[in-house]
Design a protein around this ligand. Structure first.
Ligand SMILES: [Fe+2]
Ligand SMILES: [Fe+2]
Length: 211
């Protein structure tokens, strides 16, 4: 894969952003595992624990890619992702498991998957390599997303959270996700990707019952 210096810097910044998202997913899944265990659901707690391990692995792969691209200092903390993170932290602190699942397994996972698929297509075109690891990560993300959808429905039934409350939360987290994508737009411009199409796809990923 031959990249212009500006493209490799932009690509390193995209991977740095992805790594930041993975670290948030790792932290959240770890907390979700604890919360689920205290609610007496050992099997779901194990899934979250496994997810936390996988997210840590993903973050290391993406950090490693930044280094491989030779752009160690390319990435800066994303303020919009920090805002998203602080909302998730508050939800986890008050034990709002359903809200945290909505934010992490549905919104963050869907956004990460879209970005990764976009990069993946490009990497495939340029025969970038790491094919197996890329497909493994994408398969794991799809599992997290599917598990999140079923978890959210179960949690809503168990806790009597209204659909309108979840819809309002979903809208709020999606707005924050769109802010993250807007912030990242210049990075995608130079990689010939269209951020508006990512935003549209993210909106399309919202399950019908949350619209
Ligand atoms: Fe991940
Ligand atoms: Fe994930």
């Amino acid at each position: 894969m031959i990249l212009l210096p500006t493209q490799s810097t932009q690509l390193a910044r995209v991977f740095s952003l992805l790594a930041q998202g993975e670290r948030l997913a790792h932290y959240a899944a770890k907390q979700q595992s604890q919360l689920t265990l205290t609610k007496g659901n050992a099997s779901h707690s194990i899934f979250f624990k496994q997810q936390a391990r996988q997210e840590l692995f993903h973050s290391r792969v993406f950090d490693g890619t930044v280094l491989w691209l030779g752009r160690k200092h390319a990435g800066k903390p994303c303020a919009q992702l920090k805002k998203f993170t602080s909302h998730v932290e508050v939800a986890l602190c008050k034990g709002a498991l359903a809200e945290s699942v909505l934010a992490i397994q549905l919104v963050l996972e869907a956004m990460g998957k879209l970005i990764l698929e976009g990069i993946d297509t490009r990497m495939e075109r340029y025969r970038y390599g790491l094919k197996k690891i890329r497909s493994t990560i994408l398969a794991q993300e799809a599992e997290h997303y599917d598990f999140g959808q079923s978890q959210l429905l179960t949690l809503m039934q168990q806790t009597n959270i209204s659909r309108s409350t979840m819809r309002a939360l979903s809208q709020n987290y999606h707005e924050m996700a769109h802010d993250i994508l807007d912030h990242a737009a210049p990075l995608f411009d130079s990689l010939d990707s269209d951020i508006e199409s990512y935003k549209q796809k993210l909106t399309n990923e919202v399950p019908d019952w949350l619209k």
